[in-house]
Design a protein around this ligand. Structure first.
Ligand code: G1P
Length: 201
């Protein structure tokens, strides 16, 4: 029963909410969770980015974070034309799919991008990020950007990027939203045949 799957999530964790009273940026949104998180590492999952994979994307990042005892962001190569939509990182290859981050910039013009590696919406972070976020410096779009705080942190400690293995859907984009419906629909045996037949009619 589908409702059992939905209800199960309620028992996996204790959910609390923090509200961002004004839309001042992703960095500001993350800062709202400071009191609840306290002095522990934590994960950030942006719900408009979803990942279809055998091993959850955040789990892939966690493996690197535990091994390196450091913050880790999810990385994916993007076509040059999409660079201005994302936080773009400068990387030094470390080992298979793992990179050390040597710089990053939020939504750069194509010609100023340090690479084609974009940050996707999964992060394992450490509480020292809050101090930088609390400075409240405005960045791209006049917003308090998580990427800017991460850049500050990368000057103080090692940080890493994990090129995850997953199909990623961008729900913030209309075509991405539709593609996700179709992608997940095709994976369900009871839906796949009807979905394929429907598209031929
Ligand atoms: C946010 C981050 C950006 C990241 C993106 C991933 O941007 O600021 O660095 O690359 O999520 O989806 P937004 O999509 O909120 O504009």
């Amino acid at each position: 029963m589908l409702w059992k799957i939905v209800r199960r999530t309620n028992h996996l964790a204790r959910f609390e909410t923090a509200t961002q009273a004004e839309p001042l940026g992703l960095g500001h949104a993350v800062l709202q969770a400071r009191e609840r998180i306290g002095d522990e590492p934590f994960a950030v999952l942006l719900p408009d980015d979803i990942f279809d994979s055998e091993r959850p994307c955040i789990g892939q990042l966690l493996e690197v974070a535990v091994r390196e005892e450091a913050p880790v962001v999810a990385l994916m190569r993007v076509p040059r034309s999409e660079i201005p939509k994302y936080g773009i990182v400068e990387v030094e290859p470390l080992r298979d799919r793992v990179y050390r981050l040597s710089g990053m910039v939020e939504k750069p013009p194509i010609e100023q991008a340090p690479s084609d590696f974009a940050i996707m919406g999964r992060y394992v972070l450490t509480p020292d990020i809050f101090r930088l976020l609390a400075e409240g410096k405005r960045g791209a779009g006049g917003e308090i950007q998580l990427t800017d705080a991460l850049l500050g942190l990368s000057r103080q400690r090692n940080m890493y990027g994990c090129e995850f293995e997953a199909v990623r859907y961008d729900l913030g984009d209309r075509v991405g939203f539709l593609t996700a419906q179709i992608g997940y629909g095709l994976k369900r045996p009871e839906l796949a045949d009807r979905l394929r037949a429907g598209s031929r009619r």
